[in-house]
Design a protein around this ligand. Structure first.
Ligand code: GLU
Length: 296
């Protein structure tokens, strides 16, 4: 069985890059006669409140292109009990480090993910209660310095370090890396199609999947749409949703299908029929002056 999901965060309207990734996941699932599920990642309440109505617009935008999903929409904000139970089942410890302290103690290149060096792992009970008076703790998983290998359709076997990443932030919110894994297990997900910007987090998430008794998914991390400066497409790049561009659904599908190497198909069924059996959607695309071309 092939069960994939699309998991938008309802913080801004879906742009061409988001829709292109959704399209790739839908096509890969439908080619296998599989299921394509929808999960709204709305845990970040402050950001979601600021973006009122965005979820509805995102779902409408997907439906308009013919990206129909199976079953009910799953919302992370309604699943806090599941996350709580998962955290309780894992070896964890409280962490009082500030971002700055972690940056100083970790050797990651500037701007990249900084693996946590384990500073708070061995704190005594007395030390912890003293620190709790200063700031609320985050909860980290005690990973024991693992490594984990995932299988990606594009990149092949990818092995990455698993640090003691955050499960619950110090404002009490469940962390993305926890929620995504708990949900993928609970929803029976077997395949994960998403942007290549998330490849780095896959070994960590797959490791956690194992710890929670699930089987890691197979991944397809696909190329992003970038602006002419090579940066991920964002709202600030101007008119980048089909609506902004005044595109009819069939025109938007044709633009995106072409950028996926399928030709100017005018419906998702046409795109599915045009899709070669070994299609992997390796390449990203560049959005420049109203055209979307494959990136090199
Ligand atoms: N909600 C995440 C995002 O919008 C996607 C998470 C995932 O696909 O694993 O970037």
């Amino acid at each position: 069985m092939h069960i994939d999901r699309y998991a938008p965060s309802p913080t801004s309207d879906l742009h061409l890059g988001n829709l292109r990734t959704a399209m790739a996941g839908w096509l890969l699932a439908r080619r296998e006669g599989g299921r394509w599920l929808m999960r709204v990642e709305d845990l970040d309440r402050a950001r979601v409140r600021a973006a009122d109505g965005t979820e509805r617009r995102q779902l409408d935008a997907l439906r308009r292109l013919g990206l129909e999903w199976d079953g009910e929409v799953v919302r992370q904000s309604e699943r806090l009990e599941l996350y709580r139970a998962a955290v309780a089942s894992l070896p964890t410890y409280e962490c009082f480090c500030t971002r700055r302290e972690i940056a100083e103690a970790s050797s990651a290149p500037h701007g990249g993910y900084r693996p946590y060096p384990g500073t708070c792992r061995g704190l005594s009970g007395a030390e912890r209660s003293r620190r709790r008076d200063e700031r609320p703790p985050a909860i980290r998983v005690d990973s024991g310095g693992a490594e984990f290998t995932v299988i990606d359709a594009t990149a092949g076997e990818v092995t990455g370090p698993v640090d003691d990443f955050v499960l619950v932030r110090n404002d009490g919110q469940f962390a993305y890396n926890l929620a995504v894994v708990v949900d993928d297990i609970d929803m029976g997900v077997t395949h994960i199609t998403r942007g290549v910007d998330l490849l780095e987090s896959a070994p960590r998430q797959a490791w956690l999947t194992r710890q929670l008794g699930g089987s890691p998914s197979r991944y397809a991390h696909i190329g992003l749409v970038v602006n002419p400066r090579g940066e991920r497409l964002a709202k600030r790049d101007g008119a980048v949703t089909p609506n902004d561009l005044g595109l009819e659904p069939a025109e938007a599908v044709a633009l995106l299908a072409s950028s996926l190497g399928l030709g100017p198909c005018r419906s998702m069924d046409e795109a599915l029929a045009a899709m070669p059996g070994d299609q992997r959607f390796v390449e990203g695309a560049v959005w420049s002056e109203g055209t979307l071309s494959p990136s090199r």
